[in-house]
Design a protein around this ligand. Structure first.
Ligand code: 2AM
Ligand code: CA
Length: 264
């Protein structure tokens, strides 16, 4: 396979092209054109057309790779190389014209993330990383923050939006963070939340009920920037997104302990 740095550069071009398409649609988007996939789960022609564009270009880039994409415009196939794609992470924000929303493209080799691009469209911020190549924001190296405790941390989360089975525990955990951190933010795009830990804006993130495409690209960006990501039990491999704890290495153990205490 070609050099991962070169591949990441190509993914970046594809993410920017899809991002430009999405940006052009913001002003003309008519909310009544959204379809409902499930409770509070929306999709539109914008998500689908962006995905088709991305799939076409990625197929040309690595003809032997399989796909796992949110909108399912291509058959899911598990191969040695796997593209994990969310053409538009933060669809609800997009529909309301509210930042942030992002294109998220991850590449796995034998189930392990080896390259990732998160392009946050509204701020024109391109987060990239490849295995052992570091993490980058618009071409500059990025690192997690130097905070060493949750008491010095800005924490991001996503509110439950359709699976309310763990809502009571979630609210108790939320209350704990309100009292024991610098504050809690809810941006509405998990890929962006995790990329923001990688560049030191947030120290930590937790959410349940996500999907692989929400986190695959951001996972390698965070790891290469000095962070850790796992499920609520601390498993770091094969992340499904059902449970996500992400943080700088310095606060990861502390947040894992807290999330574990409230959510288990
Ligand atoms: P999506 O926009 O690609 O669906 C934020 O909490 C995360 O949950 C986002 O990454 C978002 O990804 C996903 N999500 C799905 N439906 C949502 C909804 N109705 N409200 C908020 N987030 C949603
Ligand atoms: Ca999406």
């Amino acid at each position: 396979m070609t050099d991962l740095k070169v591949i990441t550069g190509e993914i970046e071009k594809i993410a920017r092209e899809a991002g430009n398409f999405i940006k052009n649609e913001v002003t003309r988007f008519d909310i009544s054109k959204a379809e409902v996939k499930g409770l509070n789960n929306f999709v539109s022609y914008v998500d689908k057309n962006a995905e088709k564009l991305i799939v076409k270009k990625l197929s040309a880039l690595l003809p032997d790779a399989g796909f796992n994409t949110e909108e399912g415009t291509v058959k899911s196939e598990n191969k040695k190389y796997l593209w994990v794609v969310d053409p538009l992470d933060g669809t609800t924000n997009f529909m309301h014209g509210c930042p942030p929303f992002a294109v998220s493209i991850g590449l796995k080799e034998d189930s392990y993330e080896v390259a990732g691009v998160v392009y946050e469209i509204t701020a024109d911020e391109m987060f990239t990383a490849w295995k052992e190549g570091g993490a980058w924001l618009n071409g500059e190296r990025i690192h997690v923050s130097s905070a060493s405790a949750l008491s010095e941390s800005l924490v991001a989360t996503g509110f439950p939006y359709s699976d309310f089975s763990r809502l009571d525990k979630y609210i108790e955990l939320f209350t704990w963070f309100l009292k024991n951190s610098h504050g809690v933010r809810r941006l509405g795009s998990a890929a962006t939340d995790i990329a923001y830990i990688a560049c030191g804006r947030f120290e930590a993130f937790y959410e349940y009920g996500l999907h692989p495409w929400d986190i695959a690209a951001a996972t390698i960006i965070l790891r290469e920037a000095g962070g850790k990501i796992s499920d609520f039990s601390g498993n770091e491999g094969n992340l499904s997104g059902k449970e996500v704890v992400a943080a700088s290495v310095a606060v990861y153990s502390e947040i894992l302990g807290v999330v574990n205490k409230f959510m288990k």
